[in-house]
Design a protein around this ligand. Structure first.
Ligand code: PLP
Length: 453
């Protein structure tokens, strides 16, 4: 590898001097420097100092089949030799793109049969935004162009992604958002439910906020509602069971399209191929990326309903939209092989029937009763631990997020990669984790909590 001629110190200095990192205060890199992750195998990553760390985040919610899968490297190598690049513009196509689109359509809810490829979740949400507005224009309703999203949502970092998202610090640096996007409350019972309000009632109230926004603007002005089935980056916020059916009912009532962002949940994380199935949602579009290739190469896929595809084909003419790397043959070949592996190894069923429930039990046993923990929650293999100062009153430590960062640092020092977002500790491990891996994670979580106390 090219970096082997450099010392760790040199690599850190070069990195700090030249590499602008995402979501990073660069002053922080000037001191200790970045932790250099140099290799990975199965569920483990290794840093340059030789520490073995259990990757509780599957990279960034993506390495679902785990690291070191030679099958993906081999398929990429073969495809690169045969056809490293070609595009799908001007009536051309590499075969791998169509084959992967077909595979995704077979796995997806049955009314979603068309796929538009990009390279990232952000790009895919950009495409989705353009597509739903274009759909309504083609249907003769160009003024039906507003989107309802949620506070604290994450839909990516491009201008459209940030505008669709509801993260305040990101909006603060946007200096001009895409217009006609409104944000309503998120379905987060732990902090937002009223005293005495049941989860069920809270879910209905959070859904009602969507209806209120539709009525405020007028249904003829609202193109779509967009949401992550489970908010991921915003803190693994799992809505009450009453939320999604009610949101769906409201969208149908006012003929508002339903856009699901499954960039995290797509391809098995919640115990079904898509969280649409887990939560009983029939969306008009589904955005996916990350686990489509288990993160081995960048690829995103926007799944489009028959309803939208029909209008696009019959009334649309050319859709003036596309990326150089839409349907990249090497990424698509790797995606296809990755989905075959997930299928062959039965990882989705395993999460649903075995490791998902076992993971939930581990969180209950190892974290839920700890004095620093206000709540644990999980669905499939995504989970959260709320850090609080007082379990009874749910009072948080100040400044916000300070305690969670301490827990996270102890977790990493004890060999478990976790993420802290605000006061929430997050886990989103590879789907190939076994009961033994979950036990190991549990020991390290308990230790990190004890050390932080
Ligand atoms: N949507 C969701 C729900 C995500 O979690 C992310 C990334 O974490 C994105 C969109 C953006 O994807 P990308 O980082 O590939 O642009």
């Amino acid at each position: 590898m090219t970096y082997h001629n450099y010392s760790l110190k040199q690599l850190q200095q070069i990195d700090a001097q030249h590499h602008l990192h995402p979501f990073t205060d660069h002053k922080d890199l000037r001191g200790a420097g970045s932790r250099m992750i140099v290799r990975a195998d199965g569920p483990f990553i290794y840093d340059a100092e030789g520490h073995q760390i259990l990757d509780g985040m599957a990279g960034l919610w993506c390495v679902n089949i785990g690291y070191g899968r030679n099958e993906l490297a081999e398929v990429a190598y073969e495809q690169m030799k045969e056809l490293p690049y070609y595009n799908s513009f001007f009536r051309c196509a590499p075969p791998a793109a169509g084959l992967l689109a077909q595979k995704i359509a077979q796995l997806a809810p049955k009314h979603l049969n068309q796929v538009f490829f990009g390279s990232s979740g952000s790009e895919s949400n950009d495409t989705a935004l353009r597509l739903v507005r274009h759909y309504w224009a083609l249907e003769g309703k160009p003024e039906k162009n507003r989107i309802i999203s949620r506070q604290n949502a994450y839909h990516g970092s491009t201008i459209a992604g940030t505008s669709l998202g509801g993260m305040e610090p990101m909006h603060g640096q946007l200096h001009g958002a895409v217009p006609n996007i409104v944000h309503v409350m998120m379905p987060y019972a732990y902090e937002l439910a009223l005293p005495g309000e049941s989860d069920h009632e809270f879910g209905l109230r959070a859904a009602k906020a969507v209806e209120d926004a539709i009525l405020e603007a007028g249904p003829d002005k609202i193109a779509a509602f967009i949401g992550e089935p489970v908010m991921g980056a915003g803190g693994v916020k799992i809505p009450p069971a009453s939320y999604w059916p009610e949101v769906q009912r409201i969208c149908r009532k006012y003929d508002v399209l339903l856009m699901l962002d499954e960039v995290i949940t797509g391809y098995g994380r919640t115990g079904n191929w898509f969280a649409a199935e887990t939560f009983g949602i029939e969306p008009d579009t589904i955005t996916t990326a990350k686990a489509l290739t288990s993160g081995y190469l960048p690829l995103s896929a926007l799944l489009v309903s028959d309803r939208i595809a029909k209008t696009l084909e019959e009334k649309g003419g050319e859709f003036h939209h596309g990326y150089t790397y839409s349907g990249h043959p090497v990424c698509c070949a790797v995606g296809l092989k990755n989905l075959e592996i997930i299928e062959k190894e039965g990882l989705v069923e395993r999460v649903r029937e075995d490791t998902g429930p076992y993971f939930a039990q581990m969180l209950r046993e190892r974290a839920a009763g700890h004095p620093l923990v206000g709540e644990v929650r999980s669905v499939g293999l995504m989970g959260a631990i709320e850090i609080v100062k007082d379990r009874e009153t749910r009072e948080r430590f100040l400044p916000s997020g300070s305690a969670a960062v301490i827990v996270r640092d102890h977790a990493i020092a004890n060999g478990l990669m976790m993420r802290a977002t605000g006061d929430t500790m997050i886990l989103s491990p590879p789907l190939m984790w076994t009961r033994e891996t979950i036990d190991l994670a549990g020991e390290r979580i308990a230790k990190a909590l004890d050390l932080a106390e």
